[in-house]
Design a protein around this ligand. Structure first.
Ligand code: NIG
Ligand code: FE
Length: 393
């Protein structure tokens, strides 16, 4: 087994409160990490680092846990630039445009979709993301949804069945809901870890609370964990449904009542509020109020929501910058939410932190501190550390 010493780290964020200063970030200055077999074998001050077979010098750069992007819709073909441009002239998002992505995706070959996935995952990694969740939702048929999940599986174990994304054209609503909790779920469950529903009574295309409940309850019975697109366009029933059914995450959380906030806080972090400010940015919608959630004791995650309709960005640093500028988060809160928060939203303990035994997933920042993620918006500032490539160089 080869051990690699990653050293010369000007500032290391571990997300291990016992490992350093500024909890919960656990910051170590002048740090080093030893990696063995893809896992963290040692973390601490570089001056005390043990020997290793190889050495990688980072020349004072900051290192943070790799970003955990816990909400994306990466399996799609085509784009919706025309819809985006039209919306920039006025108009609101209601999910109706999903139909055009469904048509383009159904028409794409497996190899075409895999190539698109490969380039999107590479784009994420190039900015520091090391774990990505990928949803289906642009197939909207039994074989099509299963196909998208099978393809997504090639890239991540965090796959999510989103058959109940919108009601496709030409299918009666009740018939489609039955399919989503029946035959389609059965065809998809073997390829998915999670199930999600776009619960949004304010959209004529998405699902109301009762419809969402039927799909989520069946998915839970089929052994899938739950996540919910909740309260994106209106203060609907999604968040409370997510909490009631024990979902790992309620995503968007843009329009919240006091009862929604209390319900999330009452889970003690077992249902995370995953905020997706890129979607509000790209649709010119009001932003979620992270400050209100954090002050109420809700655990918050940040993710990109990368999709062709509401948010075609793959950049977690951009999301962090937005969260600091627009959601009322501090740079430290935003970084934690984009790493440990995402891990909690995926119920993973092996990622989102750099402690002995955890995955050696690291993002390197071209700057002296994690604050540069928010301080330098739009700059290409971080990348996933690729130890194999570094060794070959
Ligand atoms: O998270 N709101 C539902 N789903 C996506 C958008 C999907 C699309 O418009 O293609 C979202 O915003
Ligand atoms: Fe989404």
């Amino acid at each position: 087994m080869t051990a690699t010493l990653v050293t010369g780290i000007g500032q290391l964020v571990t997300n291990d409160p016992g490992a350093g200063r500024a909890p919960p970030l656990g910051i170590v200055e002048g740090a080093a990490v030893v990696v063995e077999d893809g896992r963290v074998a040692w973390v601490g001050a570089a001056a005390h680092a043990p020997g290793a077979d190889r050495r990688l010098e980072l020349e004072g750069r900051a290192v943070v846990p790799g970003f955990v992007d816990s909400h994306t819709h990466l399996v799609f073909a085509g784009d919706r630039a025309a819809e985006f441009e039209a919306r920039c002239g006025g108009g609101t998002y209601d999910g109706g445009g999903v139909a055009s992505t469904v048509a383009a995706t159904r028409a794409a070959t497996d190899s075409g979709l895999l190539a698109l996935l490969a380039s999107r995952v590479a784009e994420l990694r190039a900015q520091g993301t090391t774990t990505v969740e990928i949803k289906s939702g642009y197939g909207l048929g039994v074989a099509e949804e299963a196909r998208l999940l099978r393809l997504a599986r090639a890239w991540t174990s965090e796959t999510t069945y989103l058959g109940a994304h919108v009601v496709p054209a030409g299918v009666a609503r009740e018939e489609y809901v039955r399919l989503a909790y029946g035959e389609m779920l059965a065809a998809c469950a073997g390829y998915a870890r999670w199930a999600d529903v776009f619960c949004e009574p304010a959209s004529p295309h998405a699902f109301n609370g009762d419809e969402a409940r039927a799909v989520l309850v069946a998915a839970r019975a089929a052994g899938l964990g739950l996540r919910v697109h909740a309260n994106q366009l209106s203060a609907g029933p999604g968040v409370r449904l997510a909490v009631e059914l024990g979902a790992a995450s309620a995503d968007h959380c843009t329009h919240l009542s006091g009862a929604d906030v209390d319900a999330l806080a009452g889970t003690g972090g077992s249902t995370v509020a995953t905020l997706l400010p890129g979607a509000e940015f790209c649709t010119r919608s009001p932003f979620a109020d992270a400050r209100r959630l954090l002050d109420a004791g809700v655990v918050v995650a940040l993710a990109t929501d990368c999709n062709p309709g509401t948010c075609y960005t793959s950049s977690m640093p951009f999301v962090i910058a937005l969260a600091v500028r627009e959601l009322g988060m501090t740079p430290a809160e935003a970084l934690w939410a984009a790493t440990a928060g995402g891990a909690q939203a995926l119920r993973r303990e092996d990622i989102g932190r750099l402690a002995v035994g955890a995955a050696a997933d690291m993002a390197v920042i071209d700057g002296p501190s994690y604050v540069h993620l928010a301080y330098r918006p739009g700059a290409q500032i971080s990348r996933a550390l690729d130890l194999a490539a570094a060794a070959a160089a």
